[in-house]
Structures are given as structure tokens and as C-alpha cells.
Design a protein around this ligand. Sequence first.
Ligand SMILES: C[S@@+](CC[C@H](N)C(=O)[O-])C[C@H]1O[C@@H](n2cnc3c(N)ncnc32)[C@H](O)[C@@H]1O
Length: 409
Amino acid sequence: MRMRKRHNLAPRMEACAGFLIEDPASLRGRWRESFPGYEKMYVELGCGKGRFTVETAQQTPEALFLAIEKVPDAMILAMERAREMGLSNVRFMDFDAVNLASIFAPGEIDRIYLNFSDPWPKSRDAKFRLTAPGFLRLYADALPLGGQIHFKTDNRPLFDWSVEQFTAERWTLSEVTHDLHAAGPVGVMTDYEAKFVAEGLKINRLAATRTADTKTTAAGPVPRLRNAALSDARGNAASEQPEIRLEEETLPLCHTFFRSLVQAPELFENPADYTPYVYDPAEVDRFFAARRTGETRRYYAILLNGDVIGEVGFKHIDPADASAEMEICLINDSVKNRDYGTRATGLALKAGFAELGLETVTAESLLKNGRSQRVLKKNGFQPVSADERAIRFRISKERYQQLWEGENP
Ligand SMILES: C[S@@+](CC[C@H](N)C(=O)[O-])C[C@H]1O[C@@H](n2cnc3c(N)ncnc32)[C@H](O)[C@@H]1O
């Protein structure tokens, strides 16, 4: 996750100094005596902006919460929340979980929370996932027998992969669910979780218990992680799938698109207006030329393994407020419901924010077009208004970066 640089980080850290543990290694093996009176010691790895941390700490005064985060620009928000809430049982560490053994002695902590850990979708990055075997062995060292890891994520491929790792590393799994909030909200939500639940995504959760059989670092080198590519939260596999790419639309690409276009009657606002599309080369020439005039539009052909399967683009590009409206059209039913539209939307957003300099992208979806609404939501668009005809969605560059930076759309 890339964070926007927070202003005045140093003075803000200073103001929250009481919550920061600057030299956690000096407390290794001495946490209990340094923080007496707590029944339990819970550690959260990757606390982000800390909603889960502070609300769980508030609800659990008998436990000490140690929140670890390697991005101080995120952690400062968590620390400020803890200060505003007047909590005394939370401390923060600007620290990388990979060095966990340097701050906790064997069996020193009671529970580890992993909430919405970065998925690292590419196979070659699998070792960085916080549920990779190398990390699980560090956790097994730091937990006593019966100690637990509580893991939540919206990312089903990461969850499934993690279940395999926990099982291979001989943790005992319980409370495994693919839809934690199916019957209403359960437990404290993290910042990411609250956003994802609002978008209708399902949350996976499990508890993993360390037993005498669980592998620790004493088990020696961790296995090599082969074929470990994941899909990201949008359902887009990072590799091992057909290639989807965008190419700036040229006249020949535009002709290829219209030549294959089969318009779907259900997408017409008024079904009575529907007439099948008939390719007319001269009309396409005129259409393309008209679209090219002015700088308010930018369109891309969507290519599947090199074949045009649709187009996506921006209209109403407004340089004054760096905004534009996105629209997408796939050529026919054979390329729908296969995530191609989701992936193409992700690529277009990337181009819009990175190359066109947009700060905000909007999109409109007819009320009856549930498929398009799902595609938009999967990419992080949020509904902002609706009427009896359509729903309007919006995504900001900041939100896009927070959700997808490091992903491979
Ligand atoms: C996707 S965010 C989730 C934040 C928060 N847990 C939530 O659910 O809202 C993942 C967080 O984990 C942090 N993180 C990832 N790897 C880490 C590591 N090795 N050590 C410490 N923090 C890490 C990232 O910096 C990021 O803030």
C-alpha cells in the first residue's frame, strides 16, 4: 500500500510519543515485566490506520495491544486515534514483521492478528505475504502452545492459499468462514474491512492455533513457494491467465470493434429503442473523426490475447478539476462474465490516474445493469447518487492508490 505523505509527521509523532515504542528489541523477553497487570498480550501485524487496533483495545482493557506497522504515514493516524480515545493499553512500533524474532522471546505473546494483509499477487513475491511459511514459523516461535493467529481478508485467493500454508505448517484451523458478516456484522471491523463490506464484498476469516506439532523456525529452511500466483481482490489473476491489455484506439482498431459489435437489447434504457447494430464503415469513419476532435475524450481498444473484444475510455475530460467519466463496452456476450471487463476497467483507471493526470473518475450505470455495477465496485468505485434511471459512481486517485497500489490490474 502506498500512502500519501502525511504533513508534519515528525511533530505529530512527537505529540503521540507516549504510544510509540522506539526500541522494541530492548524489551525482548521483558514485555510482561515492562507492562505489568495485563492478562494477555496481543500483537497486530500491519495495523494500517488502526481502526481495529484502537476499537479492540478499548473493548479489551485486560489485554495489552502491540500494533506493528512498517509505514509510519499510516501508523500516525492510528496513534492519533489512540490518543484521542485516551487509551492506555495500546503501543505502536514502526517495524517490519520480518524481524519479529528480534523483539519477542519464544512464547512471549498470546495472539497475533493479521487483518487484510497485502496479497502480493505475483508468484515471485509470495514470500512477502504475512501468511507465507517463513512468517508462520516466526509466529509459531513467538506464541505459546494454544496461542492463536486471527486472520481476516477479503481476498479469497490469498485466503485459500493461506489455508494451504497453515495446514502444511501444522496449525489447527477453526472458525473458518468465507462470509464472516453473512448474518450481520461480527466483531470490530478494520478500516479496509469497513470499506469492502460497504462495497458488498465478502470477508474471509479463520483462527489458527499453535500446537506441539506446529512447525517453528527450528524446523529448518522453509519450502520453496512454487506456482503461488494469486488473484487480486478484483478477482484478476496476476498471471497464468489470458492477457488483457489496452491500446490507444486507432481507426483500424475502431473498425475492428464495430465490425464485431453485437448490441445487447437489455442495455437499452428503453427496450423499445433497441435495433440490432449494423456495421457501416463510412459511419465508423465519421464517428472516429468526431471523437478525435477536442481533448475531452480518450478511448482505448481492449485486447484479449491480441484480439479486440471491446473499448473503454473517458469522456467529459475536464482539465480544470482533473475529472472524467469512464465508459466501457464489450463486443458481445461471449466475452462477458469472464472478468475481462473488470480487468479492462482497472487498466483504464491506471491509465487515467497515471497518464492522463486525473484525480477523479466517475461512471454511470443503468439501474438494471447489475453486471456493470459489480465491475465498478470490484474496482473500488463507490455509488454517489442514483435516480429512477441510473446509479452514478465515483473513485478518487487517492482511493485507487490505497486499494490497488502494488497490485497488478
Ligand atoms: C492492506 S493494509 C491493511 C491495514 C489494516 N490492517 C486494515 O485492515 O485496515 C496492510 C498493511 O500492512 C502493512 N504491512 C505489510 N507488510 C508488513 C510488514 N512486513 N511489517 C509491518 N507492516 C506490514 C502495510 O504497510 C499496510 O499498512
